[in-house]
Design a protein around this ligand. Structure first.
Ligand code: ADP
Length: 463
């Protein structure tokens, strides 16, 4: 059921309940006031008739009947019956015996005083009257025609007002609910129109700060993230194709040139060696792209194992030195690392080695002395690995950008690279629940530090 309908039905139900209880209370109170009032009048009448019969010697039952029959103040359908202490009728205007008064009832009045009862169409009051040795039981009965008529009218009025109010509340509730939910409908209509072609469109947030504005804002923030992800994806594909195409063009060019005429064996050999270099480069790019794609999607953390980070660093160091023997990679351990547990982290050996490899490679690549210092230290919870070099540094305004895929700082363009390494490192470290920090001074050097949870704390990721 639509919220709009549900709201208006709930609203009506609550309103109807409150109105019903109020009207019922009014009706019952009115009914009880009418009854009390009528019995008061019956009581006065009973006392008055008994008094006249007992107190005035000159008035006997017959005279009293005549007086009463002409009394304009008599109640509608009025009947008075008086019994003496022998239960004999002393006086009665109930000529055709419409009242059913038993001896038990008379006794009841004698014992308990006033009683009220009703015998349709009469309401009867039984009263014990004592005076001058007389101990009488007086029954006064009548029909409260006016009171009951008023009560009936009140019932009809209340019923009419009740139904009318419900109808009004039903329509008012619908209008109210429609108005209250209009912003949601607006958000839905606007959201419907947003697609890939207009991902930069946003939902109108309105001026207020209520829940619906917050909903629109949350939605817009989600769209921001989606747009960035979408653009990144688009750029990534464009950049990746570009990175792959460049070495392929170079390879094609070299092959075309060598095939133009007959060459010496040395020429062929040199070209093949150069091609091999390019193909290795191509291979490295595609491997990194593959890893980047894998780490961007859900990398199975279930494949994580206990890794000695110092082993990983030594292996990365050896791999690089095999390729670039002019590089100098110095590894230092802080004194606090006094047992191997402190060097153990939970993670993927391949991914962490790739990260170390990239950071060491960058340190050497971007410094004239091709030297990087790798420092390992720890605190209670983390293992900290710092990669510092005395190289070209990173311009301050580009510090945030270097983690974007394919981004290369302006001062680094003359040195060979593809801009994939750091984004891969960032993804790998995030995947391991770690944090990466960069401090750099242009032409002085760069320090990139990684903080990873030691194995005993590895279930608590940093972000
Ligand atoms: P690549 O080194 O292949 O260009 P990376 O993703 O590893 O790609 O690095 C991105 C950019 O960050 C580099 O192009 C360079 O501008 C900058 N950078 C990374 N490490 C260093 C460093 N140690 N010193 C100076 N600049 C660096």
């Amino acid at each position: 059921m639509e919220i709009r309908k549900r709201l208006s039905y709930q609203f009506i139900a609550i309103f109807a309940l409150i109105l019903f209880i109020s009207f019922l209370t009014i009706y019952l109170l009115f009914a009880s006031i009418r009854k009390a009032d009528f019995y008061d009048r019956l009581g006065s009448k009973a006392t008055m008739v008994a008094q006249m019969l007992i107190e005035f010697d000159e008035i006997d039952a017959e005279l009293l009947k005549r007086i009463e029959s002409n009394n304009p103040l008599s109640l509608p359908n009025e009947k008075i019956v008086i019994y003496d202490n022998q239960d004999h009728i002393l006086y009665s205007t109930d000529y055709i015996l419409q009242l059913n008064i038993s001896t038990a009832l008379i006794k009841n009045v004698r014992l308990n005083g006033d009683i009220h009862l009703s015998q349709y169409p009469f309401e009867i009051l039984g009263q014990f009257y004592t005076s001058n040795n007389a101990r009488l039981v007086v029954f006064a009965a009548a029909t409260d025609i006016f009171g009951l008529r008023k009560l009936k009218r009140l019932r009809l009025i209340l019923l009419f007002v009740f139904i009318l109010s419900l109808v009004i509340v039903f329509f008012a509730g619908r209008i109210f609910a429609t108005r209250a939910l209009q912003p949601i409908s607006d958000i839905m209509t606007q959201a419907e129109t947003i697609g890939v072609s207009n991902l930069d469109s946003r939902i109108d947030e309105g001026p207020g700060n209520d829940e619906l504005t917050q909903l629109a804002r949350t939605f817009n923030r989600m769209l921001d993230r989606l747009e960035i992800a979408f653009l990144t994806q688009k750029n990534f594909i464009a950049n990746a194709s570009h990175e792959l195409r460049t070495p392929l063009t170079v390879i094609t060019g070299q092959l075309e040139v060598i095939l133009m005429k007959e060459r010496s064996n040395d020429d062929y050999r040199n070209t093949i060696l150069s091609l091999l270099d390019d193909i290795k480069n191509l291979n490295q790019i595609s491997n990194r792209l593959l890893l980047l794609a894998q780490t961007s999607s859900e990398f199975p953390e279930t494949g994580f194992e206990q890794i000695r980070i110092d082993d990983t660093i030594w292996q990365a160091r050896n791999e690089i030195l095999k390729r670039q023997n002019q590089y100098s990679i110095r590894v230092h351990f802080s004194e606090e690392i006094d047992n191997e547990d402190k060097l153990t982290v939970t993670g993927s050996e391949l991914l962490l080695r790739t990260a170390m490899l990239n950071l060491i490679d960058n340190g050497c690549k971007y410094s004239d002395d091709h030297t990087v210092d790798v420092n390992l230290s720890n605190n209670d919870e983390e293992l900290i690995i710092r990669f510092s070099d005395k190289g070209i540094g990173i311009p301050g305004e580009e510090m945030e950008l270097i983690f974007q895929p394919f981004y290369r700082a302006n001062n680094a363009k003359r040195i060979k690279g593809h801009g994939i390494g750091l984004s891969l490192v960032e993804k790998i470290i995030a995947l391991h629940g770690g944090v990466i920090d960069v401090t750099s001074v242009i032409d002085k050097g760069t320090e990139i530090s990684i903080r990873l949870s030691s194995s005993k704390n590895s279930m608590k990721p940093h972000r």
